[in-house]
Write a protein that binds this ligand. Structure first.
Ligand SMILES: Cc1ncc(COP(=O)(O)O)c(C=O)c1O
Length: 353
């Protein structure tokens, strides 16, 4: 799920930039680096966020990480949720949920509907939660954007109760229809939001690069956690990505990927709808709903044995008995040559199950 297109990664350009970065890095190779990450990269990320996510942040608020997961680790180490209630989205990203379980937090699943997180349900169940872990830009896995009313309700709750919001912005501006909504960490209420970004979807997970935008109140603590436990990764990759951003390649690549993924998504939807009715788009994928009686995990396992790689929707729920059943299908690496055969195979697996 959600791996960028293998055939569209600008490999030659990247190799050139990496080679230059290796040479630049060699000059200072015995020095300790800034644990927050290279200043030039933090400046580039801040400028990019201003354009793409309408965020006004200072490079000093940015901590470069090895991806979303390291950003989450920094946030959770700083906030110490052990024994405290935390809101998670239901359904929601399984690794985010597992990270909170590992910290010893008490998980409160908050349902997600067509407007995003049902904030009023969260307040009813756990008004005193320490934090909420959310994907407001494009919900994972349903793809919905948090509505303006819910957005305000969430920020108001955090301001009034002193809770923190961790914004998982894993897709950033990579939204296939229309313009991406501004980040939650924008404007009034943003001082309670820890924004976590990643280059895993926009460029490649193989780079192992992401960032945290620390709210002012937490910046010092987050930087200390980074300095002591998890300093910014590999300088060479950082320097190469700095050049990639500074020279405009990143914006160009994103524009191209949006167009490519939208084309592949439309192709997927057209084909899969012939076989599985009610299929709908979600983020960089398509969801094919299955009846409640179907075991989507079993269907996903059988499909894997046939060279297909759907993800079971029910696995994204904490409370499996309440789960919607369905298959999450990534579209980023689809090919027109084999889509019909793949859809027909999937439909026959579903039918026989
Ligand atoms: C909801 C969500 N958040 C974050 C990530 C990215 O994590 P990382 O940057 O650690 O690769 C993913 C990747 O699949 C994801 O689905």
């Amino acid at each position: 799920m959600g791996v960028p297109a293998h055939d569209a990664f600008p490999a030659k350009l990247w190799a050139r930039m990496r080679a230059r970065a290796v040479r630049a890095d060699a000059i200072t190779y015995t020095a300790y680096a800034d644990p927050r990450g290279e200043p030039a990269l933090r400046t580039q990320i801040a400028s990019h966020l201003a354009v793409s996510r309408q965020m006004q942040c200072h490079p000093d608020q940015i901590i470069v990480t090895s991806g979303y997961r390291q950003g989450l680790m920094l946030a959770l180490t700083a906030l110490r949720p052990h024994g405290r209630k935390v809101w998670i989205e239901e359904p929601g990203y399984p690794l985010g949920r597992r990270a909170l379980e590992l910290t010893g937090a008490m998980l409160e699943p908050v349902p997600v509907d067509a407007e995003g997180l049902r904030v009023e349900d969260g307040i009813a169940r756990a008004p005193d939660a320490l934090l909420a872990l959310v994907t407001p830009g494009q919900h994972a896995p349903l793809g919905v954007t948090l509505s303006p009313a819910r957005r305000h309700a969430l920020l108001d709750w955090a301001a009034e109760s002193g809770a923190w919001i961790i914004e998982d912005d894993y897709l950033g501006e990579l939204q296939l229809d229309g313009r991406a909504a501004p980040a939650l960490a924008v404007g009034e209420g943003a001082e309670r939001v820890i924004h976590i970004g990643s280059f895993s979807k926009t460029l490649s997970p193989a780079l192992g690069l992401g960032f945290v935008v620390a709210p002012r109140l937490l910046a010092e603590r987050l930087v200390e956690v980074a300095a002591v436990l998890a300093p910014a990764p590999n300088r060479t990759t950082q320097l190469a990505v700095t050049e990639f951003l500074a020279d405009g390649h990143f914006l160009r690549h994103l524009r191209q990927m949006k167009a490519l993924y939208a084309e592949r998504r439309n192709l997927a939807l057209a084909h899969i709808s012939k076989f599985l009715s009610g299929s709908l788009t979600a983020g960089l994928g398509v969801i094919a709903p299955l009846p409640k009686s179907a075991d989507d995990s079993v269907v996903a396992d059988i499909a894997r044995a046939h060279g297909l790689a759907p993800s079971a929707l029910s696995a994204w729920y904490l409370r499996r008995t309440h789960a919607q059943r369905g298959l999450l299908l990534s579209v980023t690496n689809l090919r027109s040559e084999n889509i019909d055969a793949a859809c027909a195979k999937l439909a026959s697996i579903v039918a026989s199950h």
